[in-house]
Design a protein around this ligand. Structure first.
Ligand code: 2P0
Length: 323
């Protein structure tokens, strides 16, 4: 029996620069390829978990609204099994992402839940074990256990698939400018999209091979303090992911006309000598990787074209932690 102690954790979202796009094991959430991300400072989830013997069912509230508990319960079952407990839990989560941002992410959600639930269940997990646990909720969550630049090594089983931090070069004051194109609920979830490309894209094996090369190349660029190559590889890797979607059956795309417009603006800024690069995830919003010194020029141009309320600026954020 454990005391009904509440633990609260905060975990930040992350944006992948080398994307995770496809699973080799859907149950354990083992990815086909390794990935690399940047954890962001301004966007995070706070989650409190209490296991309580008096509860007859798990309860889950998000932003003060009672939610369907099934996915959370499935995750809590993994924690209960590890801790050898039976108690149900109450889970309260708050997303600190501007409501219009369209950046709400399962990554920060499951990283915060993994930390709070494991502590509340009496487990003392080291970081690799915590990363492996978060991965079981959502793949990208295993990277949000760490701050800064993070690599998720694909591995080949539950033990070997986890994330770890990568050293940030000293002169890299990386910022990420998010341009909010749309906050509509996406028709094809990440989970569905990546499953479809694995099953139907004739280029899928090329993606896996190419991502391996991109990961080696981006780590070389980091070791050499080479921001330009770092940005170019990030942008190309994102475009390969989106090309994969267009090659699936049935084909699909997350891009919208304004996504393309923003991408062209970034390409134009590069021609003017500003080192900035775009990446897009499973949605139309464009995230621009740049150095701190260039943030205000890029924000001004995006604000003029799309409205200042659509432009959010973040930089490197911290690891998941208890609060
Ligand atoms: C990534 N994305 O590396 C990629 C790039 C979106 C595009 O990880 O099925 O929510 O829960 O493991 O982690 C989003 O997918 O998917 C994602 P599941 P997840 O960030």
């Amino acid at each position: 029996m454990i005391n009904a102690t509440t633990y609260t954790a905060r975990a930040h979202t992350n944006i992948a620069l080398i994307k995770y796009w496809g699973k080799k094991d859907e149950d354990l959430i083992l990815p086909m390829n390794s990935s690399l991300s940047l954890t962001l400072d301004h966007f995070y989830t706070e989650t409190s978990v209490t296991f309580d013997e008096k509860l007859s069912d798990d309860l889950f509230f998000l932003d003060n609204q009672k939610q369907d508990v099934s996915n959370v319960s499935t995750f809590l079952d993994i924690v209960r099994k590890k801790a050898n407990i039976q108690s149900k839990a109450q889970v309260y989560s708050t997303n600190y992402v501007p409501s219009t941002a369209g950046l709400a992410s399962s990554a920060s959600a499951y990283a915060a839940l993994a930390l709070a639930a494991s502590k509340a269940a009496g487990l003392e997990l080291d970081k690799p074990s915590l990363s492996r646990l978060a991965r079981r909720g959502s793949g990208s969550a295993c990277r949000s256990i760490y701050g800064g630049l993070v690599e998720w090594q694909a591995g080949f089983d539950d033990e070997t698939s986890f994330a770890y931090p990568i050293k940030m070069p000293n002169n890299f004051e990386i910022c990420m400018i998010a341009l909010i194109i749309s906050t509509n609920h996406k028709k094809i979830s990440s989970r569905m999209g990546m499953k479809r490309v694995v099953e139907t894209s004739p280029y899928y094996s090329n993606w896996v091979e190419s991502s391996k090369k991109d990961l080696l190349a981006i780590k070389k660029a980091l070791a050499e303090n080479d921001f330009k190559t770092f940005g170019e590889i990030s942008e190309e890797n994102a475009m390969k992911m989106h090309a994969l979607n267009m090659s699936a059956h049935p084909h699909f795309s997350y891009l919208e006309p304004d996504s393309i417009k923003a991408m062209k603006i970034v390409e134009g800024l590069r021609l003017q000598g500003i080192s900035c690069y775009y990446t897009l995830d499973a949605g139309p919003n464009v995230k621009v990787i740049c150095l701190k010194k260039d943030v205000s020029s890029i924000v001004n141009i995006f604000s003029n074209s799309f409205g200042h309320e659509k432009v959010l600026v973040a930089s490197s954020g911290p690891a998941a932690h208890l609060i």
